[in-house]
Design a protein around this ligand. Structure first.
Ligand code: ANZ
Ligand code: ZN
Length: 761
């Protein structure tokens, strides 16, 4: 046999798998369906190593689940509308469609080089009219039910991108995309009524197997607070602490709220200066400023006169934009009162509930819940998006495009630049804009705004169940067969927006009767990110970017996959290590040589030990993959090879090893399986091996892992495991690795079968 040459075998097997249609998920197989979902990529131009991390590792799970009898669908598509493509196209002076399609073509090839089990037959592209027809259809269904509506709002306006942004796209007061300081602008916009779902979006989190951090991020984003609305004269405040009402010494209103009050000139000036400044959160506020409004209101219970202030620490879009200041019990109020010499009044606290009853009785207040969550503003004044399917008639107002006229196709435009006045580029498509009013038939105009791309990605997983359906977004029996998604793997950056929006869409479609479930993703896992070799975020300017194509050319896809799996706990990610990928490559070479017979030295026949080694590996690797501990699975595989290398093995043993290797290094395993072991079928159609429970019992000990004398973890291993194998296992464990990263290992003290102590500095 020759040397291990990945470039010779990988393309060959990729073609074979495609020809055999091995990854096309069939309907109605009788097996349990399993849609393993990852976040579909945005066609940015090139795959980066993060894409490999996001797609090649879940593929290990996909292959494993298939070997365990599941009918796995591992779908892929492109989230292809959006601002970045438009901006990139403007820069390069080409059309966003050409730019996007060219990227998709290139990235498809790159994705294929991973050797994943993507089902390309079900590929979904959001820019395909057959797809966005249904995005528009959903908008219309929501519109019919009042879940999509128009409203004049103070929108976040990015002066550089010349478009409106959702609150979620404003980070620390700046545009998430370009960093420009965001302004407030009053514009009529299309909105989705996601606030109708605020309670369910919080309460149903309890049903889901999601990371706590993700659940918490959603709860904080929705930010439900329960309390009361209370009227201080003409000013209604929201408070979560009605029990403190006798301690009120001032009322504070936001600049926007102050506009409709009779306030002093000085206060008016303050309002002018502060109104446009958007404060997303208290933490962004550098300094509390304010001014006396020249106004007093009456305390609803004591009749006292209470001064009214205007301040930037009151948010215009929280509660009523007005609060009761209780400096004795609220720190923010205390800070404000101290600065402006407002009295602090301590009181005997009342029973809250009693206070709400009292203000309700006196008709000056009522129990109330508020949310920080706002309705989802979906209009964008940009070209590269889904046209909002509405027609504006001078007589009849906004009318829905009739369903039979969908999709409203995005017109081709040479000049697709946004206008300075905020008019959408689609206004320039003068012929396209002209339409007949669906109600009265008179000349009318199409809506020229396009949809936020988050709309496109809020339902793509539904389409995977039935991607070629021309009559429905997906037939109900198909969505019922494939969804809700049992496992969704992606990045933590989607904790609030995408994951929240998809839940809203699913719930709305459920309520309208189109799907039977009301949560889209039963389980969710977040993966970490890959850092550069210097432990820094990869960026071109730092010159620390790892190009997966180069690594594949050098080592092959199997090595890159397996190294990424091995480098650390999946949820943590970590730095790319050129030495370590080389080590993984050597491991694959060793496997090759081992199958070539070079590795087998005849040793005394201890079949019990061999049984143990295999049973242990089958059990551990299976559990590791199932639980997405891909790294420890690799170390088990390495340990197994160490163990068995010195035995004269039967063909059955080689076969077993091949199956265990298959999810991690699919090409190499296939080559060995078919070419060396002379099997006729694919190794990927084999079942995951079963193991002999009896050979495992009583053979394991728990070794305590200490770092600088502190216990951090326990590993269960064979009592006579070699120190080398043990170290390899221990170093990559989730509870250990973070304590080693960036430190140097000074010493390892191993008490066999009991304790391993790592001394680091
Ligand atoms: C009196 C009070 C006394 C309050 C006390 C709190 C503690 P959380 O607590 O985050 O859920 N508030 C109301 N509207 C506001 C607005 N537009 N901008 C800024 N703050 C506002 O938020 C609710 C509390 O935040 C409310 O309860 C109110 O202060 C303040 F010991 O009322 B509280
Ligand atoms: Zn009309």
């Amino acid at each position: 046999m020759s040397k291990y040459d990945s470039s010779k075998i990988e393309k060959k097997w990729q073609k074979y798998w495609a020809k055999e249609k091995m990854h096309e998920a069939k309907d109605g197989t009788g097996k349990t369906n399993y849609m393993l979902l990852t976040e579909f990529p945005y066609p940015s131009g090139n795959l980066h190593i993060g894409h490999w991390y996001a797609f090649a590792l879940p593929d290990i799970l996909a292959r494993y689940l298939r070997m365990n009898g599941k009918n796995v669908l591992y779908p892929i598509g492109f989230d292809a509308f959006g601002l970045p493509a438009e901006n990139a196209a403007i820069q390069r002076n080409i059309n966003p469609r050409d730019w996007t399609e060219q990227n998709i073509k290139f990235m498809t090839q790159q994705l294929e080089s991973m050797g994943t089990t993507f089902d390309w037959a079900r590929e979904v592209r959001t820019i395909d009219p057959e797809y966005y027809k249904w995005t528009q259809w959903m908008f219309l269904k929501f519109f019919e039910k009042g879940l999509a509506y128009r409203a004049k709002t103070a929108a976040n306006w990015c002066p550089k991108d010349k478009t409106v942004l959702a609150n979620e796209q404003v980070v620390d007061g700046c545009c998430e995309r370009c960093g420009t300081v965001v302004e407030k602008k009053e514009i009529e916009q299309w909105m989705f009524k996601i606030t109708n779902y605020a309670d369910r979006l919080i309460d149903d989190l309890d049903k889901l197997d999601w990371p706590n951090a993700t659940k918490l991020a959603q709860k904080n984003w929705i930010a439900r607070s329960e309390g009361a609305l209370i009227k201080f004269g003409e000013i209604e405040v929201f408070t979560t602490r009605p029990d403190t009402i006798y301690g009120v010494t001032f009322i504070a209103v936001s600049p926007a709220r102050a506009k409709s009050l009779k306030i002093s000139e000085a206060a008016q000036k303050y309002v002018q200066d502060n109104e446009a400044k958007t404060t997303q959160d208290f933490k962004d506020l550098k300094e509390k400023t304010g001014v006396y409004a020249g106004l007093e209101v009456e305390h609803p219970l004591t009749g006292e006169k209470i001064p009214v202030w205007v301040s930037n620490y009151v948010l215009s879009d929280v509660g009523t934009g007005a609060l009761m200041g209780v400096p004795a019990y609220d720190e923010r109020d205390l800070e404000f009162a101290t600065k402006f010499k407002i009295p602090v009044k301590e009181i005997k606290l009342e029973d809250t509930k009693a206070m709400i009853a009292l203000v309700e009785d006196k008709r000056v207040g009522r129990a109330h819940k508020t949310y920080r969550l706002h309705d989802w503003l979906l209009s964008r004044q940009r070209y590269w998006g889904v046209p909002i399917p509405m027609i504006k008639c001078a007589t009849c107002g906004y009318q829905a495009v009739p369903e039979k006229d969908l999709p409203v196709e995005l017109p081709k435009l040479d000049d697709f630049l946004p206008a300075d006045d905020g008019r959408s580029p689609l206004a320039k498509a003068t012929k396209w804009v002209k339409a007949k009013c669906p109600k009265c038939g008179k000349d009318a105009e199409r809506e020229t705004d396009t949809m936020d791309t988050f709309v496109d990605s809020s339902w793509y997983f539904l389409r995977y169940a039935d991607p070629n359906n021309k009559k429905e977004f997906a037939a109900k029996d198909k969505t019922q067969a494939w969804l809700p998604v049992p496992m969704y793997i992606g990045g933590a950056e989607h904790n609030t927006m995408h994951l929240l929006y998809s839940r809203f869409f699913t719930k709305a479609l459920h309520d309208l009767g189109y799907v039977e479930f009301d949560e889209p993703f039963l389980a969710r896992r977040n993966h970490g990110i890959i850092l550069g070799p210097d432990n820094q975020k990869m960026s071109k300017s730092k010159g620390n970017v790892v190009d997966p194509d180069i690594e594949v050319a050098k080592y092959g896809a199997d090595t890159v996959r397996m190294y990424l799996a091995f480098m650390g706990p999946y949820e943590q990610g970590g730095p790319w290590n050129p030495g370590a990928i080389n080590g993984v490559h050597r491991f694959l070479n060793r496997i090759w040589d081992f199958f070539d017979g070079k590795g087998a030295k005849v040793k005394s026949d201890e079949s019990a030990r061999l049984d143990y080694a295999f049973s242990n590996a089958i059990k551990k690797i299976g559990e590791d993959i199932q639980n997405q501990r891909f790294n420890t699975g690799v170390s088990e595989l390495m340990k197994l090879l160490n163990e068995i290398e010195s035995y004269k093995l039967e063909t059955e043993n080689y076969k077993l090893f091949c199956k265990l290797l298959a999810p991690y290094a699919p090409h190499l395993a296939e080559e060995l399986w078919q070419e060396v072991l002379k099997n006729k079928n694919s190794v990927h159609l084999e079942s995951w091996p079963t193991y002999d429970q009896a050979s495992l019992s009583g053979r394991e000990v728990g070794v305590v892992v200490q770092i600088n004398g502190r216990m951090r973890d326990t590993v269960h291993v064979a009592p006579d495991i070699s120190e080398g194998d043990l170290k390899q296992m221990v170093f990559i464990r989730a509870k250990v690795k973070p304590h080693l990263d960036g430190k140097s290992l000074e010493k390892v003290i191993y008490v066999p079968g009991k304790i391993i102590n790592l001394v680091v500095k």
